[in-house]
Design a protein around this ligand. Structure first.
Ligand code: CAP
Ligand code: MG
Length: 419
């Protein structure tokens, strides 16, 4: 097929097409030519017209059907992809094209996944309502902490910090992204001791507590670790989904352990942060929801990591809504039976930032604080109390300053972080 046959501005995408929205900056050619080349390289073509091509495969070609400024929409027939194979889909629509000399910059802004592909994936097992049911908390954001220092604590101390955080009001305690099974804190012992603490707090408080242990490792080892979590009665696992890989995430989800999957996105910013080139966080979130994670970091707006208001709010919609509306830089999506994923706000949070978060992201979020809890002047116990006080005050519509008058831990936190 000729380059020009990959463009048809009169083409009306079919219900079954997968649509991609690209931001294209051509390198010395017209936007049309760059777009045609993106469509051909990401579907059936290559740099030359090959003699091995057959007539019967022509309807597999991707079609550029809209060019508005530097925003280009391309429709991909579903038959191009193996169903239920996320790496395969990404190798086409988010593969070679980023390295083509014909583009100076290329960003995959969003994808619209058709029902035909959606139904070949598992989607979340628990989602928002499953997580709320598991923890028996229905009317406020969930509170989580990350054990800090992120590396180096011995297992015994790790479990003690977890105990204190659960006891004082955290629903969730999670490992940090770079904790696996190092000599100072080995996986099996950490799992056993931390779950023992979670059970102890559940008995003492009659509340439900979850331990999000990081199972990130070589794929077979990762699966073995998840099995162990299930065997010891855990509720959740955490996976660094980008470094672990999409195929391995699918293996974990499709093994159908009775475990929720918390997705940490460490490394995502290597390809999501540049606004001109790479893959947007929106696309990553779509793929992860499709495969079937239950909670995902979306950013904080006000915390330590990059991500503005619009971006974080749109991300929350993308993972939590059943139907997502089209905007200038985003495509619509109907998630059908795929459950909503719970949004996680984490990174540089402390009690003073809670009202802003709840105002902007609502109550269907997990608010996580590492430094903001264990960095409290009076330690983990006071730090946890201060975070819960900030959530409780915000939920009842009281200002933090007023609430702090008879809540000493919050008072200290507000002074410490100059609120
Ligand atoms: C938060 C965190 C998370 C980041 C990741 C950390 O700790 O555990 O990994 O939030 O960023 O180590 O920084 P603090 P994102 O509460 O101490 O900041 O959620 O944006 O993916
Ligand atoms: Mg971390």
């Amino acid at each position: 097929m000729k380059e020009s046959e990959f463009l048809n501005l009169k083409y009306k995408p079919r219900e079954s097409d997968l649509i991609c929205l690209f931001r294209v900056e051509p390198a010395g050619v017209s936007i049309k030519k760059a777009a045609e080349n993106i469509a051909l390289e990401s579907s059936t073509g290559t740099w030359a017209e090959v003699k091995t091509e057959k007539k019967y495969m022509q309807n597999l070609a991707a079609k550029v059907f809209s060019i508005r400024g530097n925003l280009v929409k391309i429709a991909y027939p579903s038959a191009l992809f193996e169903k239920g194979n996320a790496p395969n889909i990404l190798s086409s629509i988010a593969g070679n094209i980023f390295g083509m000399k014909i583009v100076k910059n290329l960003r995959l802004e969003d994808i619209k996944i058709p029902k035909e592909i959606i139904k070949s994936f598992y989607g979340p097992q628990f989602g928002i309502s499953g997580i709320r049911k598991m923890l028996k908390v229905y009317d406020r954001p969930l509170l989580g902490t990350i054990i800090k220092p992120k590396l180096g604590l011995k297992t015994r101390e790790h479990a003690k910090v977890a105990y204190e955080a659960w006891l004082e009001g955290c629903d969730i305690v999670k490992d940090d992204e770079n904790l696996a099974s190092q000599n100072f804190n080995e996986f099996e012992e950490r799992l056993a001791r931390s779950l023992e603490m979670a059970n102890k707090v559940e008995e003492e408080t009659s509340e439900k507590k979850a331990y999000l242990i990081n199972v990130t490792a070589e794929t077979k080892e990762m699966m073995k670790r998840a099995q162990l979590v299930e065997d010891l009665g855990g509720k959740f696992v955490m996976l660094d989904v980008v470094t672990e890989g999409f195929g391995a995430l699918q293996s974990l989800r499709e093994a159908d352990f009775k475990l929720a999957i918390h997705a940490h996105r460490a490394m995502h910013a290597a390809f999501t942060r540049n606004k001109k080139h790479g893959i947007s966080m929106l696309v990553l979130a779509d793929i992860l929801r499709l495969i079937g994670i239950d909670s995902l970091h979306i950013g904080t707006i006000v915390g330590k990591m990059e991500g503005d208001e619009k971006e974080v709010e749109e991300l929350e919609e993308e993972i939590e809504k059943k139907k997502v509306k089209e905007t200038k830089g985003r495509l619509s999506q109907n998630w059908g039976k795929i459950k909503p994923v719970m949004a996680v706000s984490s990174g540089g949070l402390h009690p003073g930032r809670v009202p802003y978060l709840i105002k902007h992201l609502g109550k269907n979020i997990i608010i996580q604080a590492g430094g903001g809890i264990h960095g409290h002047k009076k330690g983990t116990i006071a730090g946890t109390r201060a975070m819960r006080q900030a959530i409780d005050a915000t939920m009842e519509g009281t200002s933090l300053k007023k609430y702090a008058k008879d809540h000493i831990e919050l008072k200290i936190a507000l002074e410490q972080w100059k609120i």
